[in-house]
Design a protein around this ligand. Structure first.
Ligand code: 13P
Length: 251
């Protein structure tokens, strides 16, 4: 068991289908065998098409940005894990701070979504991270610990091994303010220790923990070279093929 390096792009609610296809094709073209695993989290409407674009590309996967905790039925507007699997999706981002903040997704719902994703053969990228007020009060580790305990730590060892964790301090998302490499390392180390206390050192050591929040070509190398940072979850800079590709190759 060893950690997998991952650079994931979260496109959020950006790009038309045409723009998304162009971006995905450019990323696939630039990807090389010794790159970290590349994941593109595209909008739902693009997943089928982008699933087809990455199908034969080694080391490139497609992710959804959310999914329902229910499997099927009368849930207007929701998208199920079965639907995602049927178009080639492998990963699902869960608990992004924008889902928590704007759509009121709490830890209890996220625990259910995690079960649904893992129970149906998909892999969660589980996001955690504190707002600025919590950081200023010095309570960031406690805040993240609660998110992990309530959203993830009900999982069995066997299931937890499949989870990718993404630490995204909210004050660094879309703001241009990145956590310093030391701040990122400090929290990643703390998160790994939280995982170790629950699941043991071996599993903690093998868990991929991504950093997210204003990752750019100019700062990626320094952040990714921290010992407990195993890659990134990139928003804005993942929408430009040249920037995203430079980030992929940063380590
Ligand atoms: P930015 O890279 O735009 O700050 O977004 C980070 C993020 O939210 C990725 O999920």
């Amino acid at each position: 068991m060893s950690r997998q390096l991952i650079v994931a792009g979260n496109w959020k609610m950006n790009t038309t289908l045409k723009e998304g296809e162009k971006l995905a094709n450019a990323i696939v073209k630039k990807s090389k065998a010794n790159d970290p695993l590349v994941i593109m989290a595209a909008p739902f409407t693009h997943l089928q098409s982008i699933g087809a674009i990455v199908k034969d590309a080694k080391g490139v996967e497609v992710a959804a940005q959310n999914c329902s905790n229910e499997l099927s039925g009368a849930y207007t507007g929701e998208v199920s894990v079965g639907m995602l699997k049927s178009v080639g999706v492998k990963y699902v981002i869960l608990g992004h701070s924008e889902r928590r903040q704007y759509f009121k997704e709490g830890n209890a719902l996220l625990a259910k979504k995690t079960n649904t994703v893992l129970g149906n053969g998909l892999l969660p990228i589980f996001c955690c991270g504190e707002p600025l007020s919590v950081r200023k009060a010095g309570n960031h580790a406690r805040h993240v610990s609660k998110q992990l305990r309530e959203g993830l730590f009900h999982l069995s060892k066997k299931d937890f091994e499949k989870v990718v964790v993404a630490y995204e301090p909210i004050w660094a998302i879309g703001t241009g303010v990145t956590a310093s490499p030391e701040q990122a390392q400090e929290m990643h180390d703390k998160i790994r220790k939280m995982i170790a206390r629950k699941y043991g050192d071996k599993i903690a050591d093998a868990t991929t923990i991504l950093y997210g929040g204003s990752v750019k070509p100019a700062n990626a190398k320094e952040i990714f070279s921290q010992p407990d940072v195993d890659g990134g979850l990139v928003g804005g800079a993942s929408l430009k093929a040249t920037d995203f590709s430079q980030i992929i190759k940063a380590r």
